[in-house]
Design a protein around this ligand. Structure first.
Ligand code: ADP
Length: 392
């Protein structure tokens, strides 16, 4: 009996041992599996987080707005590349306070106001410097639901270009009003004088009427030029591009301006080689040459010479020029003469019936043909205006 019992207990023991060791193995393997699953989950989460961060980083880096994030202690936590460019930063400003980093009390106030009130919208600041920049700042404070992260986010839009355009528009309107008012008030003055009695003296009356006619002409030139400029700028003028012989066009302009040139004893020389063909709109090209030759006659030397020339610049372009031997244009004005209403000598231009728009029309027309204009001049040594046009 005992041996059997002994055998039975041994067998049971062995079975129990085997069972318990299997269980232990099972439970270890389950724990291992759980560990692996947890690790995989963590890796997945980590990957998702990194992916999210990479996406966020890409968005921040490609933003055209400047972005700056302050942490809960008011220290710079993040800036994107645009912000660095806007503020001309050459060092890492992370970890500094806003004031230390950008040295703008006004900005510090904006961040503070956002912290107190939640957000600040559309605040404009001007960055001082050689070329001041106007920035619009929008700021908002934030706090995570779990209160783990808090801080302030500031977004900067560069308004410099918009402000410049706004100024150009305002200046243009002011200039146009001024240009219209001057001849109008002169006309009104002469008419009143005529009514008050000057009409009874035929000689004086005739002189006044000629003056009135001159100012009325000026008004109508101005309005014509303004219409041309606005059509060119609005892209409303469709160019009728044709192969055109440049010399023929130059001949036409020389004959149109012959009378005006002879009034100032100016000799016009058409030196454009024969057979040089350009691809251009004939009427617009006439306008370019007319304005340039007219200026050369008006502002050049009385009794001087004006030369129209051209050459093949390369396989695709022709370069033409109109050169005079007058007083020329000082270097500081050489870029500005192409601006609307810019005149080197205001009184002289008005006296000569100028509108101040001729060269800006020239520039527009040449550019709309895909060409460029430039001025080569030295005070006292004449002025030469060069333009390029596509070869036909
Ligand atoms: P405007 O109607 O006054 O002639 P433009 O735009 O044609 O206007 O020219 C701008 C200014 O450039 C003129 O007022 C004049 O002062 C200067 N200018 C243009 N052409 C010449 C030239 N050939 N020689 C000297 N000054 C010139």
């Amino acid at each position: 009996m005992w041996p059997f019992l002994t055998f039975l207990s041994l067998a049971a023991g062995a079975a129990a041992f085997a069972w318990s060791s299997t269980r232990e193995r099972d439970s270890r393997s389950r724990a291992r599996q759980a560990e692996l699953a947890l690790a995989a989950l963590k890796t997945d989460r980590h990957l998702a987080l990194t992916e999210e961060q990479t996406k966020q980083q890409t968005v921040f880096n490609s933003m055209i707005e400047g972005l700056l994030i302050l942490d809960e202690h008011g220290k710079v936590q993040f800036v994107n590349p645009t912000l660095g460019t806007l503020f001309g930063l050459d060092a890492d400003i992370r970890g500094r306070t806003l004031l230390e980093a950008l040295r703008l009390h006004e900005l510090q106030d904006v961040a503070q106001a956002a912290l107190v009130g939640g957000r600040v919208s559309g605040h404009e600041i001007t960055l001082p410097g050689r070329e001041p920049r106007v920035l619009q700042v929008n700021a908002a404070s934030f706090r995570d639901p779990d209160r783990a992260h808090a801080g302030t986010i500031l977004v900067f839009h560069d308004l410099t270009r918009i402000k410049q355009l706004e100024n150009v528009r305002k200046e243009f309107v002011a200039n146009v009003s001024h240009e219209l008012r001057t001849p109008l008030s002169l006309i009104k003055g002469y008419v009143e004088t005529l009514i008050d009695g000057a009409k009874d003296d035929p000689v004086v009356a005739l002189r006044f009427l000629h003056t009135i006619e001159k100012h009325a002409d000026r008004l109508s030139f101005l309005i014509e030029d303004l219409l041309t400029i606005s059509q060119l700028e609005a892209g409303q003028i469709v160019l009728n591009l044709q192969p055109i012989e440049l010399r023929e066009q130059a001949d036409q302009v020389v004959s149109d301006l012959a009378a005006r040139a002879s009034e100032r004893q100016v000799t016009l020389h058409n030196e454009v080689p024969e057979g040089l063909m350009v691809r251009a709109d004939g009427d617009r090209l006439q306008q370019v040459l007319f304005n340039l030759v007219d200026n050369a006659v008006k502002y050049g030397r009385a009794g001087g010479n004006v030369r129209l020339g051209a050459r093949r610049l390369d396989a695709e372009r022709v370069e033409g020029w109109v050169a005079d031997d007058g007083p020329g244009i000082p270097a500081e004005a050489s870029e500005r003469v192409f601006e609307r209403f810019y005149r080197v000598d205001r009184a002289r231009s008005r006296d000569a019936g100028g509108t101040g728009l001729g060269l800006s029309i020239v520039k527009h027309i040449v550019q709309s043909h895909g060409g460029e204009v430039r001025l080569v001049s030295e005070a006292g040594k004449g002025a030469a205006f060069y333009y390029t046009l596509p070869m036909a």
